[in-house]
Design a protein around this ligand. Structure first.
Ligand code: TLP
Length: 353
């Protein structure tokens, strides 16, 4: 069966051009700083983000883990949004590696404001752990790929910097944010201290993420990467694909956003589904399927039987992610299958009654 995979943009496969570049990559030992492809990728990532330096890391999780360690001391708190990847999906690495505790805040659409963050910052006290870092996720994955407005990022960073706090952006999908806003990534990340972005999601590379910041921070980050077992040798084989992803893929991300908007608009008109299409800004949407009369996990299972994959994120909602390896026709097929499952479950319920 030809599966239509809407589980994540992480499932994208390298393009033929990426595979060719991987085969032909110039390589060396990156632990000696001698891999020309890795060096080129790190330089291009620094230029693209407008930061002094960048580091190639194995994953977004590794990039975020290192960033948190860079900015904090053991026993501090990291302020983040309640749906943040660092809080929910990184195996408590901020506790395990950096000795920090999350201070999660709930935000409408997953977009924090400075006013909210300021209220959560711990003043000096014999009872409270001091705040060590502010983290913002852009786009906010589980809030449905929502995008931080530029002025909100600026205000958060100005406020945090004024009281001596650093801001890290988990920009796993910051290129999607840039495509949605129509601005370069460098403009989005200019006020933040460090940013992680992923080559292996919407940009389509097989492996890897980048962490960007000052030269001093990235030099320290190199030590932490080694400690995490992330110092790779002839990693240029991977970096070569990453370079193509960085240069070529951002221009096509708006196609993924169009496919997502199309799906959201169609779903908002289908009985049994709830999604606010106007809020779908990028390639992710969270859809409430409880109106079909079955839970999200069962819904996802029934879809899978019919060749469509999407993940349940809780009992009521599924997440749909569009990407370069799913066509508009496949999105239409997926909609058709979703409508079919909803109609069948409704018919079954009427029959039981
Ligand atoms: N997200 C994955 C899953 O882990 C949920 C996905 O399918 O979306 N930050 C953000 C905002 C992410 O969405 C992810 C991955 C990461 C970091 C971690 O990246 P990796 O998987 O490379 O460690």
């Amino acid at each position: 069966m030809n599966l239509i995979d809407l589980r994540s943009d992480t499932i994208t496969r390298p393009t033929p051009e990426m595979r060719r570049a991987m085969a032909d990559a110039e390589v060396g030992d990156d632990v000696y700083g001698e891999d020309p492809s890795v060096n080129r990728l790190e330089q291009r990532a620094a230029e693209t983000t407008g930061k002094e330096a960048a580091l190639f890391v194995a994953s977004g999780t590794m990039g975020n883990t290192i960033a948190i360690k860079l900015h904090t001391e053991h026993g501090q708190e990291v302020v983040c949004e309640s749906r943040a990847h660092i809080f929910n999906f990184e195996l408590a690495m901020m506790g395990w590696f950096a000795g920090c505790l999350a201070r999660p805040l709930q935000a409408e659409d997953g977009i924090l404001t400075w006013a909210q963050i300021r209220a959560a910052i711990r003043p000096q006290s014999p009872h409270w752990a001091p705040t060590g870092l502010v983290e913002i996720e852009n786009t906010n994955n589980l809030a449905g790929g929502t995008v931080y407005p530029l002025d909100v990022i600026r205000e958060i960073c100005d406020g945090a910097h004024e009281i001596g706090l650093k801001v890290h952006m988990d920009g796993a999908r910051v290129f999607n944010a840039a495509a949605a806003l129509g601005v370069p990534v460098s403009e989005i990340v200019a006020p933040v201290d460090t940013v992680t972005f992923c080559l292996s999601k919407g940009l389509g590379a097989p492996v890897g993420s980048m962490l960007a910041g000052t030269a001093e921070q990235i030099a320290r980050a190199r030590h932490y990467r080694k400690r995490l077992g992330g110092a790779m040798r002839q990693a240029g084989v991977l970096a070569a694909a990453g370079l193509i992803a960085l240069e070529q893929s951002p221009a096509r991300l708006s196609e993924d956003h169009d496919k997502a908007r199309f799906m959201a608009e169609s779903l908002s008109k289908l009985p049994g589904f709830q999604v606010d299409a106007a809020r779908v800004q990028t390639n992710i949407m969270i859809v409430d399927v409880s109106g079909t009369g079955i839970g999200a996990r069962e819904f996802s299972r029934l879809l899978k039987e019919r060749g469509v994959l999407m993940n349940a994120v809780n009992d009521r909602q599924v997440r749909i992610v569009t990407h370069c390896d799913v066509t508009r026709e496949q999105c239409e097929m997926a909609l058709f299958t979703m409508a079919e499952v909803a109609a069948e479950t409704q018919r079954a319920q009427v029959a039981v009654r």
